[in-house]
Design a protein around this ligand. Structure first.
Ligand code: FES
Length: 166
């Protein structure tokens, strides 16, 4: 019984996601080559690009599923799975790398117990690499739920995490 209810809830959830994607596709109906703006809109609306919507997006853009999937996986920005409740992005571009971003990322992976592009088991945090957050003069930089934090150290990272309700 419980399993059946779970399946029904999942089906409703997927139907809602599909409806949202269809509204976005309609909004871009007369724009040829609009795959990237569509994917951005889908991610903004749903937080990720659900696999079950790739076929619909592909059909609307006269592309194959593999082509859409290729674009989703090529760009770091796009997620193929829902993010955790909090999203941490650590800059890995040149200025931040020269100021210890790799060590910061390694510390974050260890502290959270998940790798970059991963989400903690409890769904609290998603860890993502980023490529320049516009804070190069104050590197290494990161964002937590889109709020920028500059001159980060492993200790500052731990202090920041301690302030966040999981
Ligand atoms: S290089 Fe990291 S914020 Fe620009």
């Amino acid at each position: 019984m419980k399993q059946e209810q779970g399946q029904q809830a999942q089906q409703r959830h997927e139907a809602d996601e599909l409806a949202a994607v269809q509204r976005i596709l309609q909004a871009h109906e007369n724009e040829p080559g609009a795959l990237l703006p569509i994917l951005h809109d889908v991610q903004d609306a749903l937080g990720y690009i659900p696999a079950h919507t790739v076929a619909v997006i592909a059909e609307a853009q006269n592309l194959s599923r593999a082509e859409v999937h290729g674009v989703v996986t090529y760009y770091h920005h796009f997620r193929s799975a829902p993010a955790g409740r909090h999203v941490i992005q650590i800059c890995r571009a040149e200025a931040c790398q020269s100021m210890g971003a790799d060590a910061l990322l390694a510390h974050a992976e260890l502290r959270l117990g998940c790798s970059a592009h991963g989400t903690t088991k409890d769904g609290a945090f998603t860890l993502e690499p980023a490529f320049c957050l516009g804070l190069c003069a104050s590197s290494p930089a990161m964002t937590l739920d889109e709020q920028p934090h500059a001159r980060m150290t492993p200790r500052a990272f731990d202090a920041l995490l301690a302030q966040v309700a999981p």
